[in-house]
Design a protein around this ligand. Structure first.
Ligand code: ZN
Length: 503
């Protein structure tokens, strides 16, 4: 068999497994958007049956045989083909090296973990959750060992979400960011403008959902989301799933927090644009999947923050915003509205955080996770360690665990190593932002005219069309000409928020 024939067969098997996976995503989307309340059990059975089918497709013996053929040292594969084969090997090993019994146990533990967490959070009872968290850690370590990462368990967890990342690299990046950011936040919150921004944001009340829906549809369409290949619906927590020509985003509406709906929709649109921009013919292979969660977050955050919180963006959309909500916006002048959009206010709750302090929440979680994996921190000591770190990093100490260590869902089903992507995504977004402006001076003036096409085209070429050819570190190097670092993020936050708050 020729290498090209083997490669074509491998590609079709990989894409078949991926296609089945997208059906599962669709079931998950439907569950959060449409599911009748009595259908939960039936849906769980559908999920389980499909998960088995996906696993069978991903671990098919033929894939293993083709990989042996294609990974022979004398093989003459192109660089692109090598990328596809390497990713297929990783996925195949994941599907075949974990014992079925372990996978089953872990899935059951994840589901139990979620319910234990929800209950513990409602009752502010960390002690009842601690054994679950210990078990989740143990499962994570066993999984790493099965896949050959014994001794480097936390690196494995990071690599799972962001191929190529290590704890040492993240430690260095976050250490540098923390040194810069902690004092910046203190300066901003001490500024008299902070109170004015809060007052301005507090005036945005009573925005009818219909108007909000109209506005966000116009905004997301204008920045380039293709509604012929995707849609937006309502769910409890906003998310984006699907890929290629079927991208499903969700949002939620709060009449007294119109900016929350707007910015979370723009955030999900950034994710959606990335998925819509992946090469259609290669979907599911390394050439047609995203490069990892940090890169994904760089896309959502670039549109949400650098673009949609810019003056150019508001010059373009403010007239329409006021026309749709004349009475609700009457009490704010343009500068006050812009301040409300860029409100900085430290909070204990990560998901409510502004874009400046958000990063500190992630650094805190990374520090906790890392110590849990090295054994420097025992699960039972986590609440106290969290409170202390929160005081040191955020300047706020939670009065209970519900607003402290119990606030996030991630660890309850074993998703360790995920948090850092959010902050690394912010770093990459800032680097992309400056690089884009170097290449296209006057970019913000184009935004002010309602034209976002250059930026989207550039991201399509440089990021979306690349699939998973490069990991986050390599992509940063290639596209921005610099190593991934907090420098651009700190510069951006100092420029934008310094001008507003410290000017
Ligand atoms: Zn996101």
């Amino acid at each position: 068999m020729s290498l090209d024939t083997a490669f074509a067969e491998l590609t079709s098997l990989v894409q078949r497994a991926h296609t089945l996976g997208t059906v599962g995503e669709l079931l998950g989307w439907d569950e959060q958007v449409n599911l009748p309340s009595g259908a939960a059990e039936q849906r769980a059975a559908q999920h389980a049956a499909l998960a088995e089918a996906v696993h069978a497709a991903a671990s098919e013996r033929r894939i293993g045989e083709l990989l042996v053929e294609l990974q022979k040292p004398d093989g003459a594969l192109s660089v692109d083909q090598q990328a596809v084969v390497a990713q297929a090997r990783k996925d195949f090993d994941r599907a075949t090296k974990l014992p079925a019994e372990f996978v089953r146990e872990k899935a059951a533990q994840g589901s139990r973990g979620y319910h234990a967490w929800a209950k513990a959070k409602a009752n502010d009872d960390f002690a009842s959750y601690a054994p679950v968290l210990e078990k989740n850690l143990e499962f994570a370590k066993r999984e790493a060992a099965y896949l050959g990462w014994g001794g480097r368990e936390y690196d494995y967890m990071l690599d799972k979400h962001d191929p190529g990342l290590t704890a040492a690299a993240v430690d260095r990046l976050f250490g540098e960011l923390k040194r810069e950011l902690v004092p910046l936040v203190r300066e901003i919150t001490a500024s008299p403008t902070a109170a004015r921004a809060k007052t301005a944001a507090g005036k945005l009340r009573g925005f009818p959902v219909e108007g909000q829906r109209t506005f966000l549809r116009e905004v997301t369409e204008k920045i380039g989301f293709d509604y012929g290949r995707g849609r937006i619906d309502v769910s409890l927590h906003p998310f984006c799933s699907g890929t290629g020509s079927d991208v499903r985003m969700t949002t939620r509406f709060k009449e007294d927090e119109p900016l929350d709906s707007l910015f979370s929709s723009i955030h999900e649109t950034g994710h959606g644009l990335y998925e819509q921009g992946l090469p259609a013919a290669q979907l599911g292979t390394a050439l047609g999947i995203h490069a990892g969660m940090a890169v994904h977050e760089s896309q959502s955050r670039l549109w949400e923050n650098q673009v949609a919180r810019s003056r150019g963006f508001w010059r373009s959309f403010e007239p329409r915003f006021r026309a749709l909500f004349p009475t609700q916006t009457a009490a704010l002048n343009a500068e006050e509205l812009y301040l409300a959009v860029n409100l900085v206010e430290p909070t204990l709750i990560r998901v409510d955080a502004d874009e400046v302090t958000y990063n500190l929440h992630i650094i805190l979680r990374f520090e906790m996770e890392k110590m849990l994996f090295t054994g420097e921190l025992a699960v039972r000591d986590l609440p106290a360690a969290w409170r202390e770190a929160s005081r040191e990093i955020l300047g706020l100490e939670p009065a209970n665990d519900r607003t402290g260590v119990l606030q996030d869902v991630h660890w309850s089903d074993g998703a360790f190593g995920y948090f850092p992507s959010y902050c690394l995504g912010n770093m990459l977004a800032a680097q992309l932002w400056y690089r884009a402006q170097e290449l296209r001076p006057g970019l913000e003036a184009e935004f002010a005219r309602g034209d976002f096409s250059w930026l989207l085209c550039w991201l399509r070429e440089q990021v979306h069309a690349q699939g998973r050819r490069f990991d986050a570190l390599e992509l940063a190097r290639r596209v921005t000409g610099a190593e991934l670092s907090p420098k651009a993020l700190v510069r951006y936050l100092r420029e934008r928020y310094g001008a507003l708050y410290l000017g």
